[in-house]
Write a protein that binds this ligand. Structure first.
Ligand code: HEC
Ligand code: HEC
Length: 239
């Protein structure tokens, strides 16, 4: 068969493939989103897993892991934060590299913290959609069920602060609380309820070497804590 003949025979099939690709914007968007994550985010963020397996690797981590972003974040928050990023970990990543001794307690050395890159609206949506497909921990999420509900601020803060000591590492309002963990007064807007529940139940199932202790919190307390974090955050509606 001459090369020309071969081409003619293959042409209908090729055309069908090209047409199928052109007609599937979802596929095209997803791959463009993944390409964006790979080219502009993966130099700092781990988007394919696994989590650091040693303390040394944990301390050397430049940015939070994103390979389970789809299990963790609310898409609406991602789209808006990626356009207008604000600090989540008061002392950045890794926190001990960005604190200095103060007169009474450790203080954040702001001069060592760089602002996060911001994306335009279209790229933010592309990136958010791609991030939502990264769901390495569907298994952990499937174990959680957080019923809708509420808790008074005073009861919530009693459980969070006095009973369980969570405030040692987490802020519950700007400038109030610990420095070594992410601030939690926006957690309800940022994070899925099942992720919060699962992370509180067993931080090391998500990040084997992380310094958040497993406090063996009971199911009842876990639900109370999630409701409290949702109450702290204005956008903390149940989903
Ligand atoms: C120069 C390194 C760097 C690059 C490049 C970078 N990030 Fe980040 N990113 C960080 C750091 C550091 C944080 C933690 C910020 C904080 O907690 O205040 C962060 C936080 C985040 C968070 C919140 C994560 C969490 O667990 O709270 C998301 C989502 C995110 N980045 C997405 C992206 C995306 C999408 C891109 C690419 C378009 C990107 N980042 C590029 C360093 C980077
Ligand atoms: C010794 C410090 C420490 C204590 C005490 C602590 N945490 Fe954490 N917590 C962390 C760190 C570190 C992370 C994860 C940091 C990261 O992803 O960069 C974390 C993550 C979380 C997250 C996920 C937040 C996010 O943005 O990824 C939630 C929710 C949370 N903690 C709730 C709690 C609750 C509730 C308690 C009390 C039962 C508690 N923590 C006690 C250090 C602590």
């Amino acid at each position: 068969m001459s090369p020309n003949h071969l081409l003619l025979r293959l042409l209908p099939g090729l055309l069908a493939v090209i047409l199928a690709l052109a007609l599937s914007p979802a596929w095209a968007g997803e791959s463009a989103g993944m390409a964006l994550l790979e080219s502009r985010c993966a130099s700092c963020h781990n988007i394919s897993g696994p989590a650091p397996a040693t303390i040394h690797a944990l301390w050397a981590r430049k940015a939070p892991d994103l390979f389970y972003a789809g299990n963790k974040f609310r898409r609406t928050w991602l789209v808006s934060w990626l356009q207008h990023p604000v600090r989540i970990r008061p002392a950045g990543e890794f926190y001990a590299d960005h604190v200095k001794p103060g007169p009474e307690r450790d203080m954040v050395d702001e001069s060592t913290l760089a602002p996060h890159m911001a994306l335009g609206a279209a790229d933010a949506k592309l990136a958010a959609d791609a991030l939502m497909t990264l769901r390495a921990h569907d298994d952990l999420i499937a174990k959680e069920h957080v019923p809708a509900g509420s808790i008074s601020r005073s009861m919530g803060s009693l459980v969070f602060d006095k009973f369980l000591g969570c405030m040692a590492c987490h802020r519950v309002k700007p400038d109030f609380g610990g420095l070594s963990g992410p601030e939690l007064y926006t957690a309800g807007a940022r994070l899925k309820p099942a992720f919060m529940a699962s992370y509180i139940r067993s931080p090391q199932s998500w990040d084997p070497k992380i310094w958040m202790p497993n406090k063996h919190v009971s199911d009842t307390r876990i639900v109370q804590l999630v409701h409290y974090l949702q109450a702290l955050s204005k956008g903390g509606s149940h989903e």
